[in-house]
Design a binder for this molecule. Structure first.
Ligand SMILES: [Zn+2]
Length: 248
């Protein structure tokens, strides 16, 4: 693994009198998890992280996290109930750090101009893979994130043909399922599948070429069927099983 430089965190507050300090546990948690995840995802340096907290909202218990990545850095904006360090708050934050770190990796290979489903899907798949491999050292629960993607994608499959929708469920859920299964069928890390995809031109045809070469013709045909078939009446788990087997 490449040497990692210490993470630089800035704790910018929202402007003026409305500013809130980032809850203390968050800075340390993000710094720790970002360094670990950057190493697992294969970045030469831990990204610079810009943290912001817009304060507790009036609705009690509501907690949101918003990320935005750029080359070599990302920002995380938190709102709502983040003062207390709960396991689910840690998990939500870690998953976000993993997802944004994956976007930084995408930037490290050039402009990530792929379609949204592949951009977000690959980032989710890289997050799952990194969280699975750091297991207890990360608070992100990779198995839980993968199950969430499968549920989200199930909702998208029930909505209709994936190629003719632009839902978050399709982009994150099915994009994640497709690229994760593709990497497994190719016996490659998701990061490596993305590297090949980026070198081939970052569009759907590029993905299909890489899948055919690395995961086989059956899987590539199934991947296409996954995008263009109508599975509204099918059981999502059966669709994933057939995709995995290259028999969709
Ligand atoms: Zn994203």
């Amino acid at each position: 693994m490449a040497a990692l430089v210490p993470l630089l965190c800035s704790f910018a507050n929202a402007q003026g009198s409305k500013g809130f300090d980032v809850p203390e546990w968050i800075g340390a948690h993000v710094a720790d998890q970002a360094e670990l995840l950057a190493g697992l995802i294969g970045l030469p340096r831990t990204p610079f992280v810009d943290l912001k907290y817009t304060g507790p909202e009036e609705t009690t218990g509501l907690r949101t996290v918003h990320g935005r990545a750029e080359p070599e850095r990302f920002s995380i904006t938190l709102a709502g109930a983040w003062e207390d360090q709960h396991a689910d708050a840690r998990r939500q934050l870690t998953r976000n750090v993993a997802h944004e770190t994956a976007h930084v990796f995408q930037y490290s290979l050039g402009e990530p101009n792929e379609a949204r489903m592949l951009h977000e899907g690959f980032a989710e798949a890289m997050a799952v893979e990194a969280l699975l491999s750091c297991a207890e050292s990360c608070a992100g629960d990779g198995h839980g994130l993968e199950a969430k993607l499968r549920r989200q994608c199930g909702d998208a499959l029930r909505m209709g043909i994936l190629a003719s929708q632009d839902s978050a469920e399709r982009n994150y859920g099915c994009g994640g399922v497709l690229t994760l299964e593709g990497a497994r069928a190719a016996d490659l890390p998701v990061t490596e599948l993305y590297r090949l995809f980026a070198a081939e031109g970052r569009d759907e045809l590029a993905l299909m070429r890489v899948l055919e070469k690395k995961a086989g013709k059956g899987f590539a045909i199934s991947a296409k069927a996954f995008l263009y078939g109508d599975y509204r009446l099918a059981k999502p788990s059966a669709v994933y099983e057939r995709l995995r087997a290259g028999q969709l």
